[in-house]
Design a protein around this ligand. Structure first.
Ligand SMILES: Cc1cc2nc3c(=O)[nH]c(=O)nc-3n(C[C@H](O)[C@H](O)[C@H](O)COP(=O)(O)OP(=O)(O)OC[C@H]3O[C@@H](n4cnc5c(N)ncnc54)[C@H](O)[C@@H]3O)c2cc1C
Length: 436
């Protein structure tokens, strides 16, 4: 049990995603009086659930990797370890109009679009990424330049370039080498050995179980959770934070932890902090539109199909029910994510039109699927789903402690070169609150 040295402090936590909830929970354990503000009607942020066909379902897919230590510790602390299940995940890759298995190194060694030499280079590079820890030497390189050097032109053009393009669109050529290295590294550390498939974890009833447990602990300890309550500004006096503004009232606070997406935090900074506000500008974020489709029988036996085809707007088909057997017993549950800049036609298109386009794409990749198999769909959107991290990004990371006494900010970009993930955010929060 941590020392409750924050007794008497009035803390306001901004944002009810995993980071905000973990912050509010950790602060109540240290004795602070805590109010958490969430502008939506539900908790969870990018890990929220919404109703579809009579059941709450996560609007985006979440899996757990073997080295997600902070997340695994929190699951244990909430008494949820018995609900954690690990499943080997099958992967395939849709490229040049065909679907190829892409789960084990043997699949890669047999991957027809590449020559044997290119397959070997690709496989050896993945193995090196698994072992490698020091990424600093890659910091000034783009992912594309680095991958071209490591795996050769053909493997880069057949595998990596299309994947970067479907995820990052016009930003594909700007993504840094450390970012892609960490993506390969994190997933491959989820293999028991190089020759085995990656195994990923999930909670039987999804991330919502963890979010609910955290909310219960916060309220049991006297913390307050206010839904449908956006923070609209921060009041500062003499270089200190003194209150959080909401549409109804100003909440006095001597400790404020923002767990909002960075651009939302920036909007709250008043004129006194204009210099700080400007220093945080200039990071681009992609939005996400994601179709969740409930089907009356499984689409495939794959967890993840990567798609590299410009005719299909989705970067993949993630059949979550092949990872979590409780998700849609007898049927299936699949996600089709589309990452885009906010001005992209796919982001601006009415949900029904994008749903139709994604269903067509689904049938192009999986021609045996019938549209009648789809029994319900939900299209969700979020503005800040993925930061664009160009070379040198480590010099642009937002600080955790603002240059204002009592004000702290947490954002997924601070995990760089790691991609955004639940475990990373929990680790950041724990580090911050323990040090207060
Ligand atoms: C498609 C997709 C798949 C993913 N898959 C995985 C995965 O498999 N594994 C994994 O570990 N991670 C995954 N992630 C990442 C993970 O979801 C995020 O890293 C994590 O949920 C971020 O949590 P957060 O609390 O930092 O931010 P958020 O979840 O963004 O929470 C911020 C909260 O702040 C609220 N808010 C915004 N403005 C205001 C305001 N003014 N006042 C009050 N509240 C406000 C928002 O409504 C939101 O609830 C995925 C993300 C996406 C988009």
């Amino acid at each position: 049990m941590a020392t409750p040295s924050l007794r008497g402090r009035s803390a306001v936590v901004l944002g009810g995603g995993i980071a905000g909830l973990t912050a509010a929970y950790s602060l109540t354990r240290r004795g602070a009086r805590v109010t958490l503000l969430e502008r939506r009607t539900v908790l969870g942020g990018l890990a929220r659930s919404e109703p579809l066909a009579g059941k709450l379902r996560e609007v985006y897919y979440h899996f757990i990797c073997a080295e997600d230590y902070s997340l695994l510790r929190l699951i244990e602390e909430m008494g949820l370890s018995a609900a954690l299940e690990w499943t080997p995940a099958r992967t395939s890759y849709y490229v040049e109009g065909r679907l190829y298995p892409f789960t084990t190194p043997l699949d890669i060694l047999r991957f027809p679009p590449l020559s044997l030499r290119d397959r070997l280079r690709f496989g050896l590079h993945a193995a090196r990424c698994r072992r490698m820890k020091d990424w600093v030497a890659l910091e000034e390189l783009t992912a594309e330049a680095w991958l071209r050097r490591e795996v050769g032109d053909r493997a880069c053009e057949v595998i990596w370039q299309p994947l970067l393009r479907t995820k990052f669109g016009r930003y594909a050529g700007e993504i840094s080498a450390p970012w892609i290295w960490h993506r390969i590294h994190r997933a491959s550390r989820s293999r028991a050995s190089l020759l085995r498939p990656e195994s990923f974890g999930c909670l039987a009833e999804g991330t919502g179980m963890l979010l609910e447990a955290l909310a219960d602990r916060i309220e049991d300890a006297g913390g307050k959770i206010r839904l449908s309550t956006p923070a609209t500004g921060l009041a500062l006096r003499g270089g200190k934070v003194v209150a959080v503004q909401t549409p109804e009232e100003d909440l006095p606070a001597d400790l404020v932890i923002s767990a909002l997406p960075l651009p939302e935090f920036v909007k709250l900074l008043p004129e006194e902090a204009a210099g700080f506000r400007e220093s945080l500008a200039g990071i681009d974020f992609l939005g996400i539109s994601c179709l969740l489709a409930l089907v009356n029988r499984p689409l495939t036996d794959q967890y993840w199909i990567n798609i590299a085809d410009e005719r299909v707007p989705a970067s993949g088909i993630i059949e979550y029910s092949n990872l979590n057997r409780h998700a849609a017993p007898g049927g299936g549950l699949a996600y089709l994510p589309v990452y885009t800049p906010h001005d992209d036609p796919h982001y601006l298109m009415p949900p029904e039109d994008l749903t139709r386009e994604l269903e067509t794409g689904l049938r192009m990749v999986l021609p045996d699927v019938q549209l009648e198999q789809i029994t319900a769909t939900l299209l969700s959107r979020d503005d800040y789903a993925q930061a664009v991290t160009p070379p040198g990004f480590s010099r642009r990371l937002p600080p955790i402690q603002a240059p204002v006494e009592g004000l702290y900010l947490l954002d997924s970009t601070q995990l760089y070169p790691s991609d955004r993930c639940l475990s990373g955010m929990i680790g950041l929060v724990r580090g911050l609150v323990e040090g207060l």
